[in-house]
Design a protein around this ligand. Structure first.
Ligand code: FAD
Length: 502
């Protein structure tokens, strides 16, 4: 008798859910994805894809603004040859402040229309891919429930969507997250905003107050400053991006300020109200900040309300996220969870990997538990910050023993040709084996450059091996091989080329 087909039901069609569905279908399961707001999830429709599409336009503005220093004169462009840092070469291309009127270069409805169209197209691609793999998609809000029919079976679950009950051997919860809302700063979608409201505006904010200087706040502050908005960034900590590499955060904050952004550090927003045609942000120390719009970026909470977790025996941790182990199991047998609802690391790539791992585990495949120390991540400010592997704070605290090299890009020939100077590459390597343990790249397109370090970390490569790898001349990646060369220690016995490092 052939083995009965395993039934998998996935709540949520974001990267945590749809990537899991593809794996489960590939392994022969009968797969149903229940999704309420559109395939691709918040990742594709409101968060990651739209923000990076907006940033594509803001990057072009940075290049246009710096074009005068590269010998291009755009008729009517007010910044050309005006002796600002960009044209003097001190700051590099695109580092000057936005001139009055440059905001008018942006056709906001067309920009936001492009953002939304691209997100919808990406969502449709996800739908087509799931359909091609035979995955059933049910539109609606699902919740876990007690199995009513047939008679309750051990290890079998049920998910209810509307009046339909779907029986499942395995359930994956991948319901994502929601913007955290402060009771004293309730978004109205018009002037007081979360990032999910931005693309419904019909204008670019003239004066944008961004509350929160974590990754999301920094990315939008950078993008809108480049698009021509006057940005005030309110940061409760000493510096922006407090969780990130300190040297990288310093570079980005300097660029922000040089471009005319007001950064209020050690400042906490107490309340945000509408005032006249704009907003009034009151800080806890009594100061007031005014703007035309306020963007709240104060975190993400798990979207797990009303989905029957307690009834199914799924525990949440003290942060309020679904508790999972490194193969995505929850406390309830047969129920897995992936992505932002677990709060493990709020990245699309991590959500997708958690979802795949869940399915490999549930469907009996060999599986490697999730390894967060190998996750590559980028903050899409301008310049970008990309990181992988250990963080320097782990080295400073003695948790990890590593040598550190940091090479500023100011001497990199390609960087000079392209007219920028803000950024660096940094490598961390084991002093004993020379193994590359991690790195940081701050540069335009650092998100692409980090792959070399990622491969080195994943494949346990040594600085010698990276140093002996050809890079193109001239290139920014040349700074990575140069950094590796500077970390080479002649005294250490080196593995013959091509052999695995010790
Ligand atoms: C502004 C911003 C920019 C970002 N940029 C990046 C980036 O550049 N790179 C990166 O890696 N990450 C980025 N992220 C993070 C990334 O978007 C998330 O980590 C990712 O979306 C998590 O995927 P997920 O599958 O857990 O959830 P989601 O993408 O949120 O998908 C969850 C889906 O489940 C649906 N759902 C919820 N409840 C139910 C229910 N009861 N029944 C049915 N369906 C339900 C939701 O409607 C949604 O469609 C960004 C986040 C933000 C806020």
């Amino acid at each position: 008798m052939s083995k009965p087909q395993t039934s998998v039901v996935i709540l949520g069609g974001g990267p945590g859910g749809y990537e899991a569905a593809l794996v489960a279908a590939q392994l022969g399961a009968r797969v149903t994805v229940v999704d309420s707001d559109g395939l691709g999830g918040a990742c594709v429709l409101t968060d990651c894809v739209p923000s990076k599409t907006l940033i594509a336009t803001s990057e072009t503005m940075v290049q246009l603004r710096g074009s005068d220093s590269l010998g291009i004169e755009i008729p009517g462009a007010s910044g050309a040859g005006n002796g600002d840092p960009g044209s003097s070469g001190r700051g590099g291309a695109g580092t000057r402040q936005a001139a009055p009127g440059e905001r008018d270069w942006i056709n906001a409805p067309r920009l936001y229309g492009r953002v939304k169209a691209l997100a919808q197209a990406q969502s449709a691609d996800v739908g087509a891919r799931l359909a091609a793999e035979g995955v059933e998609v049910v539109v609606g809000r699902g919740r876990l429930t007690r199995l009513t029919r047939p008679a309750r079976l051990a290890g079998v679950h049920a998910v209810v969507v509307g009046d339909r009950e779907i029986v499942a051997d395995v359930v994956l919860i991948a319901t994502g997250g929601l913007p955290r809302v402060l009771p004293t700063a309730r978004p109205d979608g018009k002037r007081i905003l979360t990032w999910r409201h931005l693309y419904d505006l019909d204008e670019l904010p003239a004066e944008l107050v961004v509350v929160g200087s974590g990754v999301t706040g920094a990315e939008f502050a950078s993008a809108y400053q480049a698009l021509g908005s006057q940005v005030t960034l309110i940061s409760s900590r000493e510096r922006v991006l407090p969780q990130e590499d300190a040297d990288a955060a310093v570079v980005v904050e300097e660029v922000f300020k040089r471009r005319g952004m007001t950064v209020l550090s050690r400042s906490r927003a107490a309340a945000v109200h509408r005032e006249g045609g704009g907003v009034l942000v009151t800080l806890t120390d009594g100061r007031a900040v005014r703007g035309t719009h306020c963007l709240m970026t104060v975190g993400v909470v798990p979207a797990i309300g009303g989905i029957g977790l307690a009834r199914a025996g799924v525990a949440v941790n003290d942060r309020g996220f679904i508790d999972v182990d490194r193969v995505s199991r929850t406390s309830a047998p047969g129920v897995y969870a992936a992505g932002d609802c677990t709060g493990v690391q709020m990245l699309a790539s991590v959500a997708a990997m958690q979802g795949r791992i869940a399915m490999w585990h549930a469907l009996g495949e060999a599986v490697q538990p999730l390894r967060l120390d190998h996750v590559a991540a980028t903050i899409f400010t301008e310049p970008e910050i990309a990181t992988v592997g250990v963080a320097e704070t782990m080295i400073e605290s003695g948790q990890v023993k590593a040598e550190v090299i940091m090479l500023p890009l100011v001497t990199n020939p390609r960087a000079k040709m392209q007219g920028f100077r803000d950024g660096f590459v940094k490598l961390f390597a084991s002093p004993r084996s020379g193994r590359i343990l991690g790195g940081v790249v701050v540069a335009p397109r650092a998100s692409e450059l980090i792959l070399a370090v990622s491969i080195a970390v994943e494949q346990l490569l040594t600085v010698d091996q990276l140093a002996h790898t050809f890079s193109v001349y001239p290139s920014l990646s040349g700074s990575l091989t140069e950094a590796a060369r500077r970390l080479m220690m002649p005294a250490r016995p080196r593995a013959p080329f091509g052999e695995p490092a010790q």
